[in-house]
Design a protein around this ligand. Sequence first.
Ligand code: UDP
Ligand code: MG
Length: 137
Amino acid sequence: MAIERTFAIIKPDAVSAGNSENIIKIIKDHGFDIEDMKALQLTQEQAKRFYDVHKKRPFFGELVEFMTSGPVVVMALSKENAVQEWRDLMGPTDSTQAPANTIRGQFGTDVGENATHGSDSIENAKIEIAQFFPELA
Ligand code: UDP
Ligand code: MG
């Protein structure tokens, strides 16, 4: 299987709860290479662009408010089958449904405040990495 990239965010809930280091350790322990990483606070414009696909959904306003509420950590990860492996390691969107051995199961609260983001396809990973790490694109 080919080495591929995915894009990850440690969301404001997990950063403010002090879980960034734990999550980064789990990522490394699962064999992901962190190609680049930086901490920043998303602007409204950045969050709206990032979640543009969800702009018609009822939770969009709340999602943008949450994602801009505090610092995040953005990462470009690489590994064989990275997109699917990172989604599996995060667990399902709704943290209350996430198994205890997943990141959302351990660090998420509910369907909105769910600790991390992961790209859902190789194509979207490229778009998301290009937004935050244009030098990698
Ligand atoms: N979200 C939410 N309410 C919902 C569904 C999603 O607040 O009913 C938020 C949640 O933070 C989620 C993000 O919107 O991670 C993007 O939703 P998506 O369906 O793409 O889930 P993901 O790919 O993050 O698992
Ligand atoms: Mg998604």
